[in-house]
Design a protein around this ligand. Sequence first.
Ligand SMILES: *Cc1c(COP(=O)(O)O)cnc(C)c1O
Length: 412
Amino acid sequence: MSASLAAVTALDQADALRDFRERFEFPAGIVYLDGNSLGPPPKAALDELETAARREWGDGLIRSWNNAGWFSLPETLGDRVGALIGAKPGETIVTDTVSVNVYKALHAALALRPGRHTILAEADSFPTDLYMAEGVATSRPGTTLKLAHDDEPLESLIDDDTAVLLVNHVDYRTGVLRNMAAITKAAHAMGALVIWDLCHSAGALPIALNEANVDLAVGCTYKYLNGGPGAPAFIFAACRHHEALVQPLSGWWTHAQPFAMESRYRPAQGIKRLLCGTQPILSMRALKAALDLFDDVDLAAVRAKSIAMTELFMELVDPLCTEFGMRIITPRDPTLRGSHVSICHPNGYEIIQALISHGVIGDFRAPDIMRFGFTPLYLRYRDAFDAAGHLHDILRTETWREPRFAVRSVVT
Ligand SMILES: *Cc1c(COP(=O)(O)O)cnc(C)c1O
């Protein structure tokens, strides 16, 4: 292997982000390359959960809706996520799941473009985005879902009937990073809106939604933002669209005065129209602590280290590819790459299971993709080096052929 242990150790010693690692809770001996699926707990988030459960829920009881700021958490946390993605205050709200937010965003976009009936999405999109788009199309007679296949640029399919493009900022499979400003501009030039899915970019790299003139965006908080399993998602709407913003999940939290208990619906002003009902407060409290940690983070430094780590890993894996029948499908050009490296191998599932048994946790995406996420806040260059070493050992000794590694779990 080209990079030496000494060189990698020197990189770790010079790393400006190295002190963040101790702010996370980790089992010893684990190389965690799956923070792109579920971030590990910030220690402060575990303390925050304890406080939220015992003091606020236990002692404060119902009073905590007011006294502990529970009711306004979707907005206060929304603004803090907004600061990480280039939004203005009042344009982002933390609520529901990504799937539900895709549903709301698509309905809102279709309503903002009356007379147009087509939703455009990538055939290789994360499935839930497509399933929700299909559901929206079915629920609005006359609406069509059109898919772009095999790297066909979405922009090339826009026509007079296109209301909205649903685009993944970073492709969950290949790790391709899309040009947000260019695609948004092309869509606007043809009169269409764009919804960006930031699941694999929020917290991983600097994002400038308003600079790119983005209309709507959704994203995850349990991946690179480390908010915890099932932590609520976020949704962004540019303030120029707020006046005409409508979505069909008009629950009481979107009402102008939820506690007036009126029988007729009157929408709230602004981003609160994208809420629905009561939110998971304990999860939100954990997310608050996870976002506190980002107050001290320079996302440009995170991005630089992520590029360096993914590059190092690919450089270490490259020499193994031909010999062991693997193919790296993540772009070599760092401007086209997110924060994970994807490698194809027909026995990718078994190889990932063998790696996990060696303490190297990555994941597998059907049909044959092994994914390795590089999260600069808690990983060392040494982790990339060790992961590549274990991968080499497993391929060389063929331990992945042991029958126990072929047993399929529900979550891969
Ligand atoms: C992780 C992810 C989701 C998750 O959706 P949930 O409804 O929160 O389960 C959706 N879209 C993309 C692109 C993702 O990566």
